[in-house]
Ligand binder design. Structure first.
Ligand SMILES: Nc1ncnc2c1ncn2[C@@H]1O[C@H](COP(=O)(O)OP(=O)(O)OP(=O)(O)O)[C@@H](O)[C@H]1O
Length: 335
């Protein structure tokens, strides 16, 4: 795929996507009685600042209603921010939406940009004309997507006859035919089976590594994040709660690792200061200890004091870590 051009040159590599105190407030009117209405403000995005370097692949996660889609809609120019400053490839998305369209690709997992009744290839041909993609480049990009997303046999099939996984792969290809430098993915693996998820993830990894496309990925499937993103941003109630590596998330979430030990025989629960035994099943016991601590001293003590036969260490479940972050925040806010 081709090199980035024009406006993107104006964007610094560090702040290819840049948000400074961005806000989005919706006025929601609701009926409170006969002939009575009340207007309520919903702060969907409440002063978010971050920047994404060119070529980064970043996870953007949070619970339902956190403000993820609203952020992405502002980044595409569909929604105008109520406050703050926002730039993508050096452009103001809301004001320069048409120019920006050439630099970004968007995939909304729950919707399709493809023409429902047309064969897949016809949607692509329409995009070829809409985006005025040079013929050679269109051909090259299409061939690449067809090969890597395994679309060959699907090109002649009307979109409505495609399975969800096939349609999603079709949508991802559609978002990339015009060589966007930035790809926003909103739930790209939602509802897909294991094989389709693996195909989509493999493709995104390859795209990011070889073409250097900047990717902002919103998902509820944390395996997407674990397999694709070094950096993750967590948003809740329209505010950024965390921005950093996955490992750091474990620290912030005070997560725990699990040590599973097999003893020679059944034994009362192991008692140690540095870990808590949470389950006993015959000769097998499960102990939790802080994810930031080393397992070695713990293992040494157990081996010393108990008839140890075998052991394994399980990494913390990122899902649990994040769930904990959300709940802690809620509890904090309530108090
Ligand atoms: N057009 C709108 N009018 C009024 N309120 C809206 C509008 N769009 C979003 N909201 C509200 O803004 C908040 C953030 O919504 P948003 O869709 O950005 O969340 P999300 O993080 O994408 O959630 P989900 O994971 O469920 O898709 C919610 O409270 C939502 O009800």
């Amino acid at each position: 795929m081709a090199a980035p051009e024009e406006a993107s040159e104006a964007a610094s590599e560090d702040g290819f996507i840049r948000l400074d105190g961005v806000e989005k407030v919706f006025d929601v009117r609701r009926k409170t009685g006969f002939m009575r209405r009340e207007t309520r403000e919903v702060r969907a995005v409440d002063g978010i600042s971050f920047s994404v370097r060119r070529g980064e692949m970043v996870g953007y996660i949070g619970p339902n209603g956190a403000g993820k889609s609203t952020t992405i809609k502002m980044l595409t120019g569909i929604l105008t921010p109520s406050g703050g400053r926002l730039r993508v490839a050096g452009l103001d998305p809301a004001r320069e939406r048409t120019r920006l369209a050439r630099h970004i690709g968007v995939v909304f997992g729950q919707r399709t940009t493809l023409w429902w009744d047309l064969p897949l290839i016809d949607s692509y041909r329409l995009m070829h004309r809409m985006y005025r993609i040079p013929d050679a480049r269109f051909k090259e990009n299409l061939e690449r997507c067809v090969e890597l997303l395994d679309l060959g046999e699907l090109l002649s099939v009307p979109v409505r006859q495609l399975s969800l996984g096939q349609r999603m792969r079709g949508d991802i290809a559609a978002a990339l035919l015009h060589d966007p430098e930035v790809l926003y993915l909103d739930e790209p693996t939602i509802g897909l089976d294991v094989v389709s998820k693996a195909k989509v993830r493999g493709f995104l990894r390859e795209l990011n590594a070889t073409v250097g496309t900047t990717v902002l990925l919103t998902t509820h499937d944390l395996t997407d994040i674990e397999q694709l993103c070094r950096r993750v941003m967590v948003i809740d109630h329209g505010r950024l709660m965390y921005d950093g590596g996955l490992a750091g998330l474990h620290e912030v979430g005070e997560s725990e690792r699990t040590l599973v030990v097999d003893l020679e025989r059944e034994h009362p629960p192991i008692e140690l200061e540095s870990a808590r035994t949470v389950r006993v099943d015959g000769p097998r016991q499960w102990l939790m200890f802080p994810a930031t601590a080393s397992a070695a001293p713990l293992v040494a003590r157990i081996a010393d004091q108990y008839p140890l036969v075998d052991l394994s260490v399980r990494e913390p479940d990122i899902e649990a870590v994040i769930a904990r972050m959300y709940t802690e925040r809620r509890v904090g806010e309530g108090g």
